[in-house]
Design a protein around this ligand. Structure first.
Ligand SMILES: NC(=O)c1ccc[n+]([C@@H]2O[C@H](COP(=O)([O-])OP(=O)(O)OC[C@H]3O[C@@H](n4cnc5c(N)ncnc54)[C@H](OP(=O)(O)O)[C@@H]3O)[C@@H](O)[C@H]2O)c1
Length: 264
């Protein structure tokens, strides 16, 4: 099959959860894929599934917590003569715990993956899109980006950065043919809470089962294709985001603190 006219999408954090869901949506809608994350076996299994849908798939292992990784990834893609039409910046992680007691290595990993690698990849890939006069960029943020989040302060703050960056880029790049979409999921049933050590939080126990990664990905893909600046996944999350955006912080701080407490 000649796939040369199919648009090519790069998905970070493609080994699980929302990233894998977005890769499936993109393949279903005629895209070839470059999948990246650390876990190669999970990506190879997904690649086999996507190839059965007719997509050409390249898997590239990268640990985006390493400072040189985003540049090495972009370089690797360039050296294969691949041109990215759609960039999905989805890789991300959080950690539950009081800031003053948290290992700085963990904090640094969150900042590196959620902020630095996302910003660097976007900076490296956007110019090619602008030069070609077409492209789509998604920054996966969170409803957490609308308010400060005690017990997960660095994660919430990282998502505030992502949302702010994405909305500003969407505005800056208007008229270039390159659309930028900020996707804001709420609690979603993925590996996120377990990796964050927040599996027992009230948030994870009460809210997480309300949305599946596939549903979030479908909403995200539609918003990206339509060139929407911000997409909040699900009606409950739209309400939560309104609260986060407009309610006084003296109210949202204790509410978020409570949601992140253990629900055991
Ligand atoms: N689940 C939620 O409730 C929720 C809510 C709002 C926003 N989000 C956001 O959605 C995005 C996807 O999360 P998810 O819920 O799908 O969680 P997930 O299942 O834990 O997936 C996270 C992805 O990020 C990748 N990743 C993590 N650290 C990495 C690193 N150092 N280098 C490269 N890749 C790395 C992981 O791959 P490897 O482990 O294989 O490297 C994995 O593919 C994140 O940005 C998250 O903040 C999630």
């Amino acid at each position: 099959m000649d796939n040369s006219n199919r648009p090519l999408a790069l998905v970070t954090g493609a080994s699980s959860g929302i990233g894998a869901g977005l890769a499936r949506e993109l393949a279903r809608h005629g895209h070839d894929l470059v999948l990246t994350a650390r876990r190669v076996a999970a990506m190879e299994a997904l690649a086999a599934e996507l190839r059965s849908l007719g997509a050409a798939v390249t898997v590239i292992a990268a640990d985006l917590s390493k400072p040189a990784a985003a540049a090495a990834l972009a370089h690797d893609i360039g050296s294969r003569s691949l041109k990215i039409d759609v960039l999905i910046n989805n890789a991300g992680l959080g950690a539950l715990g009081r800031f003053d007691r948290m290992d700085f290595g963990r904090i640094s990993e969150i900042l590196q993956v959620n902020i630095i690698a996302l910003t660097e990849l976007t900076r490296l890939i956007a110019p090619g899109m602008v030069a070609r006069g077409r492209g789509r960029i998604m920054l996966v943020s969170s409803v957490a980006g609308f308010q400060p989040g005690p017990r997960m302060a660095v994660y919430f703050a990282s998502k505030a950065f992502v949302s702010s960056l994405g909305e500003a880029l969407a505005y800056e790049l208007r008229g270039t043919g390159v659309g930028v979409t900020v996707l804001c999921p709420g609690a979603t049933d993925t590996e996120f809470f377990k990796i964050a050590g927040a599996d027992h939080s009230i948030m994870a126990r009460r809210l997480r089962h309300m949305m599946r990664a596939g549903d979030v990905a479908r909403i995200g893909y539609r918003a990206l294709a339509a060139g929407r600046r911000v997409a909040i996944a699900g009606i409950m999350n739209k309400i939560l985001a309104l609260g986060g955006r407009f309610a006084p912080h003296r109210i949202t701080l204790p509410v978020t603190d409570r949601l992140m407490m253990s629900g055991d």
